[in-house]
Design a protein around this ligand. Structure first.
Ligand code: ZN
Length: 233
């Protein structure tokens, strides 16, 4: 079975459409969305409709939660906070209701999926360092946990960074961000895991980033949000 794992779309319709186009060509059986469908970009409702229509499982992200509850909004930087408030005003009641129904984590085929971290997934901890990864391995039993949240694709094994996943070792795999990559590479990022071969691939692709950026500017969102997606940070 081939599972596509997408995360951190952040209302970027152009990046999401391109991602789904690539997924279509790769004979994927299931699409799991790790959350943060909204926040930052100009098309929250359109992205939600498309995700609902195309993916088999959807988890809640911190920006999704903030848009429906304004929870932890004081922890957001000013641009993110501005985008959350803009998004709250844009979202339809039906889409807010839908976001309220989303879970924090999912187990599928013996694998774990969550937006931020297996340790207290509802607290939105980042896993950036080896020490943070090491601690998180104590809070799940599955061989692999897929996460997003940091917007930088990376693989942690139990004792180091890794280039690929192998059997009989455990991993935390960050699939990166579809709509707002932050690893100084503006190309969209997502993952494909093959359960038979036990292989993981991180996909990067160009997309119509200029249109996505122009839409952010024209929507009256902070111009920094339009600029950052052009450079991937
Ligand atoms: Zn995010």
């Amino acid at each position: 079975m081939r599972i596509a794992i997408i995360s951190d779309i952040h209302s970027n319709l152009e990046a999401l459409e391109k991602t789904l186009e690539i997924i279509k060509q790769k004979s994927i059986d299931e699409i799991v969305c790790l959350g943060d469908i909204v926040g930052y970009g100009a098309n929250p409702n359109e992205c939600l409709s498309l995700v609902k229509e195309t993916t088999s499982h959807i988890l809640l992200g911190n920006h999704d939660e903030a848009a429906i509850s304004l929870k932890q909004i004081e922890d957001f930087n000013p641009y993110a906070r501005n985008a959350v408030l803009w998004t709250t005003n844009q979202l339809t009641e039906a889409n807010k209701e839908f976001l309220r129904s989303l879970p924090y984590k999912l187990e599928l085929n013996g694998l774990l999926f969550t937006h931020a971290s297996p340790f207290e997934p509802e607290e939105w901890h980042y896993i950036l360092s080896l020490a943070e990864a090491e601690n998180n391995f104590n809070f799940f039993q599955q061989p692999i946990c897929f996460v997003g949240h940091s917007h930088a694709p990376v693989i942690f094994s139990e004792d180091f960074w890794a280039r690929e996943v192998v059997r009989d070792k455990r991993f935390i795999v960050n699939v990166g961000s579809v709509g707002q990559p932050r690893d100084l590479n503006w190309r969209l990022s997502f993952g494909i895991f093959e359960t038979g071969q036990w292989t993981y691939e991180n996909i990067r692709s160009e997309y119509d980033v200029q249109t996505a950026s122009d839409k952010i500017r024209n929507a009256g969102l902070p111009r920094q949000l339009a600029e950052r997606i052009l450079i991937g940070r």
